[in-house]
Design a binder for this molecule. Structure first.
Ligand SMILES: C[S@@+](CC[C@H](N)C(=O)[O-])C[C@H]1O[C@@H](n2cnc3c(N)ncnc32)[C@H](O)[C@@H]1O
Length: 239
């Protein structure tokens, strides 16, 4: 059972609207793989990206949480979805674009698992295709660690996000939804996600083991810097 299964129905409310990221992803795919038709999303979750991507591409989403996929089926009915582990996926076909958005790579706490997912992306990508993924950086995790707990109010319920440092490269992200059940009483549902942070240079080196061209983009500034909080990697020219 995936750690996401019991939190799936609360996930979207805690995470909030991310339609801007979906639009950015479509723009990046158009630049990196302008003729793309078939698209694979690794770790598609509740289908937030698939909802937008399936308007433009024949999209397949893969995730290892059946509860997240049940929501994706409803949110993105034009996309296909499949229950599988992205570290060992072997579909026997290729796609013009493969994406792995919203820090799914950071959820893999072993470097060997990053390599396995890069291998999955490489082996499912057509020769002219592009693999696009994003990562959280240490700057972002450190900012969250320094700041007070983030609270978001949703009518009578509220959610919290708290990040704590476990080591120089491992952080724990605690997501909670407090559901109002009457008076001053709330029921809490929580999920703890470990996130592995790998410096951008090392991520590039890992990706270059599978792709000849790797470009790093910080969507919030002109070029990546030590202050970058989220980086997109655009990989092409599979080896
Ligand atoms: C942060 S969510 C991102 C969801 C989606 N990409 C989005 O942008 O909304 C990470 C997703 O990756 C999935 N995931 C994590 N490890 C996985 C694995 N080894 N195989 C398949 N899915 C995995 C989780 O179940 C979760 O749905």
């Amino acid at each position: 059972m995936s750690r996401y299964d019991s939190f799936a129905t609360f996930y979207d409310r805690v995470i909030g609207d991310r339609s801007d990221v979906a639009s950015l992803l479509v723009r990046l795919i158009r630049l990196a793989a302008p003729h793309a038709r078939d698209l694979l999303e690794l770790g598609c979750g509740t289908g937030t990206m698939l909802q937008e991507l399936s308007k433009h591409y024949n999209a397949l989403g893969v995730d290892n949480s059946s509860a997240m996929l049940a929501l994706a089926r409803r949110k993105a009915p034009k996309a296909k979805v499949m229950l599988a582990d992205i570290r060992s996926l072997a579909l026997g076909r290729t796609f013009d674009a493969v994406v792995c958005p919203f820090d799914t790579m950071n959820h893999l706490t072993r470097i060997s698992d990053w390599r396995k997912v890069l291998d999955t992306a490489c082996s499912h990508l057509s020769p002219e295709g592009a693999f696009i993924f994003d990562v959280n950086t240490r700057a972002k995790m450190e900012r969250y660690c320094d700041e007070p707990v983030e609270v978001t109010f949703h009518r009578s319920d509220f959610s919290t996000v708290q990040v704590t440092r476990r080591s120089a490269s491992l952080y724990l992200v605690d997501l909670s939804l407090y559901k109002h059940v009457g008076g001053n009483r709330y029921v809490r549902r929580s999920m703890r996600l470990p996130e592995r942070i790998i410096p951008a240079g090392e991520v590039t080196r890992l990706a270059r083991g599978f792709f000849r061209h790797v470009t790093v983009i910080d969507p919030a500034r002109r070029r990546p810097s030590h202050r970058s909080e989220e980086l997109f990697f655009i990989c092409s020219g599979r080896r």
